[in-house]
Design a protein around this ligand. Structure first.
Ligand code: PEP
Length: 249
């Protein structure tokens, strides 16, 4: 199994100077760490990826995008092609985050196309899935995850080019998380679904947990079977908190 991946989703936060300072801080900590037990990734807003990628080059800190378009170029005002992110030095792209699904009407098929576009440019697609609170209360979390995996996983997904992020929507930014047993159950279910769709790759595809991960709960969440890392929102905006989460492995 690959090293755990600790990924920070900065969302629509931070301007160039503050983002570059945060990235430099993390890069310095990483560079001083001998044989880290984790891969560390930050996904800044697209507007500041270029200066950040330049500032942290060679440190081992990975930089990714938060979304991409499925087309390589063309008449898509305001959108960003996967190849543009790759051109800046991005290694990963988050696709299908619940905020994109909600705010921009992204459906599974679009997510699969975005993931395929990212992979075609040599990047890793971090495909986000997860149920709403109503769906969980109705006992439908497994079915929702199954449906989203079936629809969002592109053909040709491998352990090298694909990461799944399980993010229960009701846990994002709320301070609430599922119990450890619930996370373990859902991750085992996701692994089983991957085995159905990509049997030869399923064991190696990293499955991240996301939703109110913080220093105080990271050790427990990251110790669970089939939890191969974390996708971190709010706590990734503070170097001490994000670093503490990585250190909890
Ligand atoms: C996210 O939006 O991907 C996320 C996990 O946010 P938070 O950690 O703030 O819940």
């Amino acid at each position: 199994m690959a090293r755990k991946l600790i990924a920070g989703n900065w969302k629509m936060n931070l301007l160039r100077d503050e983002g570059t300072a945060l990235a430099r801080d993390l890069a310095l900590r990483l560079a001083r760490t001998v044989d880290p037990a984790f891969d560390l990734l930050i996904c800044p807003p697209a507007t500041i990826i270029a200066p950040i990628a330049a500032a942290v080059a060679g440190s081992g800190l990975l930089v990714g995008g938060q979304d991409c378009h499925s087309a390589p170029s063309g008449a898509h005002t305001g959108d960003i092609a996967a190849r543009m992110l790759a051109d800046l030095g991005c290694s990963h792209v988050i696709v299908g985050h619940s905020e994109r699904r909600q705010d921009h009407g992204e459906i599974d098929l679009m997510v699969a196309e975005k993931a395929r576009a990212a992979q075609a440019e040599g990047m890793v697609a971090i495909i986000c899935i997860g149920e709403t609170e109503a769906e969980r209360n109705a006992g439908r979390a497994p079915q929702i995850c199954s449906r989203q995996i079936a629809g969002s996983l592109p053909r040709g997904a491998t352990a090298e080019n694909t990461v799944i992020a399980y993010e229960p929507i009701w846990a994002i930014g709320t301070g609430r998380t599922p119990t450890a047993a619930e996370v373990a159950d859902t991750h085992a279910h996701i692994r089983a679904m991957l085995a159905v769709h990509v049997p030869a790759e399923a064991a190696g595809i990293r499955i991240l947990y996301g939703g109110s991960v913080k220093p105080s709960n990271a050790a427990e969440l990251l110790s669970l079977a089939n939890v191969d890392g974390a996708l971190v929102g709010g706590a990734s905006l503070k170097a001490d908190d994000f670093w503490a989460i990585a250190q909890a492995i």
